[in-house]
Design a protein around this ligand. Structure first.
Ligand SMILES: Cc1cc2nc3c(=O)[nH]c(=O)nc-3n(C[C@H](O)[C@H](O)[C@H](O)COP(=O)(O)OP(=O)(O)OC[C@H]3O[C@@H](n4cnc5c(N)ncnc54)[C@H](O)[C@@H]3O)c2cc1C
Length: 382
């Protein structure tokens, strides 16, 4: 049932982005907000993600947003009021080719200009610091000790519950069906449970961002791709950093409880909303991973699932508002890094709505019109 028929702001999407926007709106004094979630909180990509929090990107904007987010993650418990299993164990990026070494060197130079605590390790340094990895074929590694990971479900629920305490309404199992406009202004959102009058809508619909844009007649250049991931039984703690290889197409981390979570990308995926896991993924991963992490050889897989990467043309988020419709905002196209960027993005979008501009971080490069002007693609994506 819909509690009220009018809200100042309607946020579509109860993932980490939508709930972070709602939290920061309330923190900035606007709590007449409703979050619409068609299923349950964190049922989309957020609840299916790896939980990694990395600042080592090839594009400067991603570095800045991630660094701003890490500032928030570090004080999350005092700011939002919940323990989200945040752990700064670092990220280790393994380079297997000369091209990768060159790319890492270039990235590290730019990241250090942004004051990121990142370093290039020789193979010997990496082997002695991370002896649990079989380093055959490794040429060098990039390491940032302030990277880390957290629990995405807890993070989403933390933002939602904290926002609710400040007066925000969260309606689960309630889908947005149409955004009703008149003369270039939003007047209402039609939901599966009735109409809500409003003047401001935030599209935080993750894998469905394109469809939610279309509800207001806005064509957004995003499409979604299945990404699979699995979790093993727990072992004693041996792995601090999240480890990535772009060349060998994997990422892996150990959770607070000791389980290992790992995944890979699949270039053959077609765009769509398919989240059915496949045997192919499970077979490829279980054959591949013990070569790099010998201790995984006899570890059992507990669960395997899939979620969506919502991709923009340059694998960087689109954070903007519509030109032809007043107050229609979008925070979409997060590829494989929306969880880690959520605090900075939630904060910036809320500031934009409340104060007329994002104040804490400059997101002007993430506007939609960059795709007409030429753009560079984020390369550090698995
Ligand atoms: C396998 C995998 C691993 C990943 N690993 C990482 C990682 O390690 N680190 C990282 O930062 N990111 C990672 N990501 C990416 C990350 O999950 C996403 O970028 C992030 O969760 C996006 O959050 P969101 O809130 O925008 O989207 P979502 O979590 O998808 O939330 C959008 C919500 O909107 C709802 N919705 C859609 N349409 C409607 C509608 N019409 N009405 C109402 N509700 C609607 C959906 O049900 C959904 O819950 C990974 C993703 C996958 C799939």
């Amino acid at each position: 049932m819909i509690v009220k028929s009018r809200y100042k702001v309607v946020v579509i999407g109860g993932g980490v982005i939508g709930t972070a926007v709602a939290f920061y709106l309330a923190k900035n004094g606007v709590s007449d907000v409703v979050v619409l979630e068609k299923d349950y909180l964190s049922s989309g990509s957020t609840g299916r993600c790896g939980g990694g929090i990395r600042q080592q990107w090839s594009e400067r904007m991603n570095v800045r947003l991630a660094m701003r987010s890490v500032e928030h993650f570090k004080r999350f418990e005092s700011e939002v009021g919940f323990d989200i299993e945040y752990f700064q164990g670092g990220y280790l990026l393994l380079a297997y080719t000369e091209d990768e070494v060159l790319l890492f060197e270039r990235n590290i130079k730019m990241q250090q200009e942004e004051n990121l605590d990142v370093e290039l390790l020789s193979k010997n340094e990496a082997s002695s610091r991370f002896s649990f990895i079989d380093m055959s074929g490794v040429r060098a590694a990039a390491y940032c000790s302030s990277d880390g990971h957290a629990n995405p479900h807890l993070t989403t629920f933390a933002y939602a519950r904290a926002a609710e305490r400040m007066g925000v309404e969260v309606l689960t199992h309630t889908s947005a069906e149409k955004i009703i406009t008149e003369d270039g202004r939003i007047v209402a959102v039609q939901t599966s449970k009735g109409k809500i009058e409003t003047e401001v809508v935030v599209n935080a619909a993750g894998g469905y961002s394109h469809e939610v844009g279309a509800m207001a007649g806005v064509e957004l250049p995003t499409e979604s791709y299945r990404h699979q991931i699995f979790v093993t039984e727990p072992l004693e703690h041996i792995m601090d950093p999240l480890v990535i290889s772009f060349e060998n197409n994997f990422y892996i981390r150990q959770t607070k409880a000791g389980n290992f979570i790992m995944g890979q990308g699949d270039k053959d995926e077609l765009p769509g909303h398919n989240v059915t896991p496949t045997w192919k993924f499970l077979r490829e991963m279980t054959e591949k991973m013990p070569k790099f992490f010998p201790f995984l050889r006899d570890v059992r897989v507990l669960r395997h699932w899939a979620g969506l990467y919502n991709m923009s043309p340059d694998a960087q988020p689109i954070i903007d508002r519509a030109v032809d419709i007043d107050n229609f905002y979008y925070a979409i196209g997060f590829s494989g890094h929306g969880f880690m960027l959520a605090p900075a993005v939630g904060e910036a979008v809320a500031e934009w709505i409340v104060h007329g501009e994002p104040r804490s971080v400059d997101i002007s490069n993430l506007s939609l019109n960059r795709f007409q002007e030429g753009f560079t693609i984020e390369k550090n994506v698995v």
